[in-house]
Design a binder for this molecule. Structure first.
Ligand SMILES: Nc1ncnc2c1ncn2[C@@H]1O[C@H](COP(=O)(O)OP(=O)(O)OP(=O)(O)O)[C@@H](O)[C@H]1O
Length: 253
């Protein structure tokens, strides 16, 4: 097991925003987390990353390779983040440094966690950029790249240290459809190559169908349904999942 979430709740004071959520991700498993806006998907991801907004607290337990993440020190968490535990967000511009060339940002993410010379880090960064079809942009600044290119830089950074868990929070929502397909392919290749587990947050059931083996459905802070992607999308049990399906233009065959 890569990650095991047990009875996770996220609270703002006494108000529960995520309620008693439990799930596991096996090695190399690709799991979708779907549900309407405000259902608690991002907070669940933030709790795993140890990145909850100030004022919120998590209870329950999150095990990652046998380590308790809730209650881990900030030092331990920052050692894991960007290393064995990585995340790609919806908006890459906020995560990239606007003043630093993108190749250097990839190389620095390597040197933050590994003892390698800057030359070696640059070499690995070059390989990572090749792997996301971005050979030749290492010297560009973020604003000189398209949204899809920036998201691929974020993916290269997230994969830089061969994480065993990659969390993607709506990574393609802001991209147009053809670019979206390319980024999804690169995510799939990137996790497959590393046998990394993937937790993929999205509103888009077509994306779930393409990317995930298993799916968790959240409503109002709870997981209300889970199962194989095929079962959930062809024979949804919960009324909410049926509504989601009816509202999507997904044709499940
Ligand atoms: N810092 C915060 N303080 C108080 N409430 C918050 C905070 N962050 C999020 N919430 C609330 O918690 C609930 C769950 O938020 P979350 O961002 O996890 O939803 P989501 O399912 O990811 O939605 P979206 O798809 O829009 O990103 C929402 O009702 C949101 O308003």
């Amino acid at each position: 097991m890569t990650v095991g979430v047990r009875g996770l709740s996220v609270l703002a004071g006494d108000v529960p925003l995520v309620r008693d959520v439990s799930f596991e991700l096996g090695e190399g498993e690709r799991v979708g987390l779907i549900g309407e806006s405000g259902s608690g998907k991002s907070l669940t991801a933030s709790a795993i990353m140890g990145l909850l907004p100030e004022g919120l607290r998590a209870t329950g337990s999150i095990m990652f390779h046998g380590k308790h993440l809730l209650g881990a020190s900030e030092r331990e968490l920052s050692r894991l983040r960007g290393n064995d535990l990585a995340m790609v967000f919806q908006e890459p511009m906020t995560a990239l440094n606007p003043l630093m060339r993108v190749g250097r940002q990839v190389a620095e993410s390597i040197r933050l966690h590994r003892r390698v010379s800057s030359r070696e880090a640059n070499r690995i960064a070059g390989e990572l950029l090749d792997a996301v079809d971005l050979s030749g942009v290492a010297r560009a600044y973020p604003h000189q790249l398209s949204g899809g290119q920036r998201q691929r830089i974020m993916l290269a950074i997230a994969l830089a240290n061969d994480p065993s868990l990659l969390i993607c929070d709506e990574p393609t929502t802001a991209l147009d459809v053809t670019v979206q397909a390319q980024v999804l392919d690169l995510i799939l290749t990137g996790v497959a190559r590393r046998s990394a587990a993937l937790l993929f947050i999205t509103h888009d059931l077509a994306v779930v169908a393409q990317v995930c083996e298993r799916v968790l459905v959240m409503l109002d802070g709870r997981i209300v349904e889970e199962g194989s992607t095929r079962d959930v999308l062809t024979e949804p049990r919960h009324e909410y999942t049926r509504k989601l399906l009816a509202a999507s233009d997904l044709e499940v065959g």
